[in-house]
Design a binder for this molecule. Structure first.
Ligand SMILES: [Zn+2]
Length: 349
């Protein structure tokens, strides 16, 4: 990491370049310049005959599919649990419906994520020795699931794996190491795991499940020792209920947004509200893997994305593609606000 310190002079240079750009767009008004510095992309199917109008463009609705698989044991079924959490299929379906609605909102109605429910019964009793590792457990569930479904039906990006599987463990209140949460890939699928009474399930924090879904679609974590993104992305903070939005960075990764590239001083750059539009500016730097992304964040008054401090304005992210949030500089860093202007805020639409 010490070797990266030589990069700082370049950051200073690029930062002032961005300040120049911000000054150029000041006629739009900058109420708050949010503190800023700043993967595989799925190629899902397009649903025939169904389209949405977006920014006056007609766009096909993209349909993604995932499988929530209930993992029962020989001596433990989902319905055996009587405590807080998922007690039956209807409880699970209710969570999936919330996740689907959140994803539809994240994609501003350009994508529909459909969760299907499957069920497997593992050939062992629930207990501490049922599996030797979390990897073995996930592999066992995946192998059984593979017998029940046509993988290609859930492999919309053609990667040879089921794109997204959520394993819900019928753990009857027991906790063992092999049930640990988080996303990983098995020989069959991109999976993430929750016990039927996990903390997230009991809290009703379904943003955590769509956070993991984001991982299965190639999004990285945006929290960590050098994280600055916080409530601006569910990949940084997935606990709010209702859950948060995504930044321009993830929108680009998911194929939703093609930012306008501005490589020289430009005036009258108009940025529509990221709350309602896929709009962002990309400012390259002289470094290959480094650039700035700028978006106009507007916090919704209610519903998804509304659990956040009431800061509206330009968010300037410094992106360093070959890093992550545990390194300095990180993958995505919100640039710090240097000064406040008092022009009228007319950027939001
Ligand atoms: Zn994560």
């Amino acid at each position: 990491m010490c070797g990266l310190k030589g990069l700082y002079p370049i950051y200073i240079f690029t930062f002032y370049f961005v300040l120049g750009l911000l000054a150029a767009i000041s006629p739009l008004g900058i109420l708050e310049v949010l503190a800023l510095n700043g993967s595989s992309t799925a190629q899902p199917n397009q649903r025939e005959n169904q389209k949405v109008f977006y920014d006056n463009f007609e766009m096909p609705v993209i349909e993604r599919r995932g499988i929530a698989v209930i993992a029962d044991f020989q001596n433990s079924s989902l319905e055996d649990w009587q405590g807080d959490g998922i007690q039956n299929v209807a409880d699970l379906r209710a969570i999936l419906v919330q996740m689907e609605a959140h994803w539809q909102w994240l994609s501003r109605n350009t994508e529909e994520f459909q969760w299907h429910i499957q069920r497997v019964r593992l050939p062992v009793d629930l207990g501490p020795a049922a599996f030797g590792s979390w990897w073995e457990f996930r592999e066992a569930v995946s192998r059984q699931l593979e017998q029940q479904v046509n993988v290609a039906d859930y492999d919309l990006n053609g990667g040879g794996f089921i794109d997204s599987v959520w394993i819900v463990v019928s753990n009857n209140g027991q906790e063992y190491e092999y049930m640990i949460g988080g996303a990983s890939i098995t020989s069959v699928a991109n999976v993430f795991v929750d016990a039927q009474n996990s903390t997230s399930v009991i809290a009703g924090a379904f943003g955590n499940f769509n956070h993991e879904l984001g991982h299965t679609l190639g999004l990285p974590d945006l929290y960590g020792p050098y994280g600055t993104i916080s409530y601006l992305s569910m990949m940084a903070d997935s606990w709010p209920v209702p859950p948060s939005d995504l930044t321009a960075y993830e929108r680009v990764k998911l194929g939703w947004l093609s930012p306008r590239v501005i490589s020289e001083t430009t005036s009258n750059v108009q940025l529509s509200s990221a709350d309602k539009h896929f709009d962002a500016v990309l400012v390259p730097t002289i470094r290959d893997k480094e650039y700035f992304l700028i978006e106009n964040r507007r916090r919704p008054d209610s519903g998804f994305g509304s659990v956040a401090p009431p800061s509206n304005g330009l968010a300037v992210y410094q992106v360093f593609e070959i890093s992550n949030q545990t390194l300095d500089p990180p993958l995505l860093k919100l640039q710090r606000k240097r000064r406040k202007t008092h022009t009228l805020d007319r950027a939001g639409q």
